[in-house]
Design a protein around this ligand. Structure first.
Ligand code: NAI
Length: 361
């Protein structure tokens, strides 16, 4: 079957990894018509925004998109394209499977877990008050007056909202996903001992939802203990559900355990739309040099093909990736293998080998 998919290459290494992904999807036999749309730093001059309205409209039309990373300047400038896209299209789930790939130089060979991250609120809600602004001063006065402690007058403030609605939605998604994928346990990670009204609420609602799914085991972990447990023995985790910020950090931690950001795929899913994207960013340090590892975006495309019902094509891509890593002579420089005897491959070289492998499967 033919599918139309919006492709947003993004910027930085997104241009290279998106082109690699297109070649690999074509080799898998999937019939995809790509509708190109723009986002990221390069759009500002032309459209006055890093996320043009016509890009959002394109995703609304096709309902499925895959995107490369977009640069977000730290501390100042425009807000994150990703955060805006997730909010605008109500992509409330960030789904990030983390799996060991033999030959990818990971610290463990038995990792098989899924990160389910709430995608719309928490400290990523973008509700912020600049230090010295009249709104910040008013808020500080309000907090003083209501006996909630004292905030230094020279503070900038970011608000952390966690709602019953969003928590219920994300935890229900985690349990439904676990049931559909034959997984047996959901863990909720939080800091409810300190943030009683935000993380405490998250944990309370997670427990309520867990009680409605008695067939799946449930436990919870305080986020700092979770991080230590994850580093020492990631095999103890199955599906893990997080508020937004912890989920973002834990995703990179988990990616590091299986060989790095170049390998970590993901998806942003809502009731109507789905946008697939790698966990990594635009990697300005290597952009334009043909050094990027496109595996993460390629595995994101495999997730997209599953979403479109093209399971055989998705599995062909995953089998090809496993074969190329097992063989080991065409891997990009980010992959740390102690037994490496060949020079690192370029993004193009890795992609050529993967295409050749898939075509021979
Ligand atoms: P980053 O993920 O871009 O890079 C971190 C490190 O990992 C760098 O050394 C980079 O070279 C390496 N790396 C990342 N992906 C790689 C790949 N596929 N192959 C080989 N090496 C890879 O994170 P950083 O530097 O914090 O962020 C750069 C920019 O990306 C920022 O503007 C950030 O806001 C943005 N960003 C965008 C995301 C998105 O669009 N989904 C997600 C995360 C960050």
């Amino acid at each position: 079957m033919r599918h139309t998919v919006t492709l947003i290459p993004g910027d930085g290494i997104g241009l290279e990894t998106s082109a690699a992904m297109q070649r690999v999807v074509a080799a898998s036999g999937a019939q995809i018509e790509w509708e190109m749309a723009q986002a990221g730093a390069a759009c500002i001059e032309r459209y006055g925004s890093p996320l043009p309205e016509e890009t959002i409209e394109a995703v609304r039309q096709t309902k499925v998109a895959i995107k490369g990373p977009c640069t977000t300047p730290v501390g100042t400038g425009f807000r994150s394209v990703n955060v805006a896209l997730r909010k605008t299209l109500d992509l409330y789930v960030n789904l990030r499977p983390v799996m060991s790939i033999p030959g990818a130089g990971g610290r463990y060979d038995d990792v098989d877990l899924v990160i389910v991250r709430e995608n719309t609120e928490d400290l990523y809600a973008g509700i912020e008050f600049e230090e010295g602004s009249s709104a910040a001063r008013e808020l500080i006065r309000f907090i003083d007056e209501h006996g909630q402690g004292t905030i230094r007058p020279d503070s900038g403030i970011s608000i952390k909202p966690i709602s019953v609605t969003a928590t219920r939605n994300i935890v229900e998604f985690a349990f439904d996903y676990a049931a559909k994928q034959g997984r047996h346990k959901v863990t909720a990670a939080h800091k409810a001992n300190i943030m009683k009204h935000s993380d405490g609420l998250f944990l309370r609602v997670a427990r309520e939802v867990a009680a409605e799914h008695a067939d799946i085991e449930f436990d919870d972990k305080i986020i700092d203990a979770f991080c230590m447990n994850m580093v020492m023995d990631p095999s103890q985790f199955d599906v893990i559900v997080f508020p937004n910020l912890y989920g973002d950090i834990a995703s990179d931690l988990a990616a590091g355990l299986v060989g790095g950001l170049g390998l970590a795929p993901g998806a942003n899913i809502g009731h109507e739309y789905a946008v697939f994207e790698a966990v990594h960013g635009s990697a300005p340090d290597i952009a334009g040099k043909d050094l990027a590892n496109p595996t993460a975006q390629i595995l994101s495309a495999a997730m997209m093909l599953d979403h479109l019902g093209e399971h055989a094509c998705a599995e062909r891509i995953r089998a090809g990736v496993r074969a190329v890593y097992a063989e080991g002579t065409h891997l990009t420089g980010d992959i740390r293998r102690a037994d490496r005897t060949t020079e690192p491959a370029t993004c193009t070289g890795f992609t050529q080998e993967l295409v050749r492998t898939i075509e021979q499967l």
